[in-house]
Design a protein around this ligand. Structure first.
Ligand SMILES: [Mn+2]
Length: 380
């Protein structure tokens, strides 16, 4: 806008058209490059052949390659390239990996289909967020590594596979995004990261359930990950903050363990009454107290059951999506070691809304890490 705007009456919009967030968003969009988008179009035309003669928009290839159309193509996470050779994951800023395991489930199963459910609905999204003022495609490279080879009938072997996979990704320098899977995977994911750290790892845990008992049904089920994770010497329980806990599904043995070990618990009411900003500040203080890195473990059931029908233990009275997204955005102003989103069970989902919120949590986390300068982690 500016020097000759009186010649362009259609450009008479001023900043008064916008609220503060919208003003930031609109101004930021003008600064975002389109370099990677143009590269994607060129690659699509080369690999997918130029479109038929009747196609007017000459950016459209014959075969769908890249983002468009959203309903077409092979559904990796956000249409990221599928990286068959996982030895190369360190060449990317972010590595998405599925942990399709529901052998730790104690009620509704189906989270073995979680990674595919999340990938499928992620096709709905482009890489750009209006309010965040971030275009992931222009800022970071993402690869989808596919899924870990889990062992359906054996929790312990599956844990070993998950720890080895997450350790490989974390050590490569790529930022791990783990698509669960039931919450039993929280222990082996944290174990995989912690083994590559000398300092302490904190955990920010969103959930309606404490998941801190030692065993359930005689095994290390999805009600137990934080008991075992906080047994790891450099994952102290004082750095475990549990957000959204409440209702009729928090087992007393787990509550007892949390009390004895000194974990921090914040209920939905605690967070709403102190305000999401103060709650996020408190969560960050606890998780980062003396820690070198923080892992984000997000159970979709921390949202009210109305928003997450496709989950193992739905519980009314949870967060609203806008509350939890605001919370996540504030958490991701600080760096993270990685993120897992668990307990998304497509067989129980309605209209893919549970997978949709799972996707949104990941995208908002990545977007805020980019906005805060924590991604990409390397400058090379
Ligand atoms: Mn839960």
């Amino acid at each position: 806008m500016g020097f000759n705007h009186h010649h362009h009456p259609h450009q008479h919009a001023t900043h008064d058209n916008y609220g503060p967030e919208a003003r930031y968003a609109v101004e930021r969009e003008a600064e975002l490059p389109t370099t990677k988008w143009e590269e994607e179009i060129a690659r699509g035309l080369e690999y997918g052949l130029p479109g038929a003669d009747s196609i007017v928009d000459r950016r459209i290839p014959t075969f769908s390659r890249g983002e468009l159309p959203h309903f077409a193509g092979i559904n990796t996470f956000l249409k990221a390239p599928y990286l068959e050779d996982v030895r190369r994951c360190g060449e990317y800023d972010v590595a998405v990996l599925g942990a399709p395991f529901d052998g730790g489930t104690t009620y509704r199963s189906g989270t073995r289909f979680g990674p595919q459910g999340i990938r499928k609905i992620s096709a709905l999204y482009g890489p750009y967020s209006f309010e965040l003022g971030v275009d992931l495609r222009e800022s970071i490279t993402i690869a989808d590594l596919g899924d870990i080879f889990t062992i359906p009938a054996n929790i312990e072997k599956t844990f070993d596979q998950i720890s080895k996979a997450v350790a490989h990704v974390y050590e490569s320098g790529a930022f791990p995004v783990v698509l669960g899977g039931d919450h039993s995977i929280g222990y082996p994911t944290v174990r995989g990261v912690a083994q590559h750290m000398t300092g302490n790892l904190g955990i920010i845990h969103f959930d309606r359930h404490v998941d801190t008992q030692e065993t359930d049904l005689d095994e290390r089920m999805h009600t137990t990950p934080w008991f075992h994770a906080t047994d790891i010497p450099n994952v102290p329980p004082k750095n475990l903050v549990q957000i959204g806990i409440g209702g009729w599904q928090a087992p007393r043995p787990g509550v007892k363990v949390g009390r004895e070990r000194g974990t921090t618990i914040m209920t939905v009411t605690d967070c709403v009454e102190m305000g999401i900003e103060a709650a996020a500040e408190r969560a960050l203080e606890v998780a980062w107290d003396g820690a070198d890195a923080v892992w984000l473990s997000f159970d979709v059931d921390c949202l009210d059951a109305a928003f997450v029908p496709g989950t193992g233990w739905p519980e009314p009275g949870g967060f609203l999506p806008r509350e939890v997204l605001k919370f996540i955005q504030l958490i991701a102003e600080r760096p993270l070691a990685g993120i897992e989103v668990v307990e998304c069970s497509p067989p129980y989902d309605n209209a893919e809304i549970t997978s949709l919120i799972a996707t949104r949590v990941i995208c908002d986390t990545l977007g805020c890490l980019v906005r805060a300068g924590h991604l990409p982690r390397r400058t090379s």
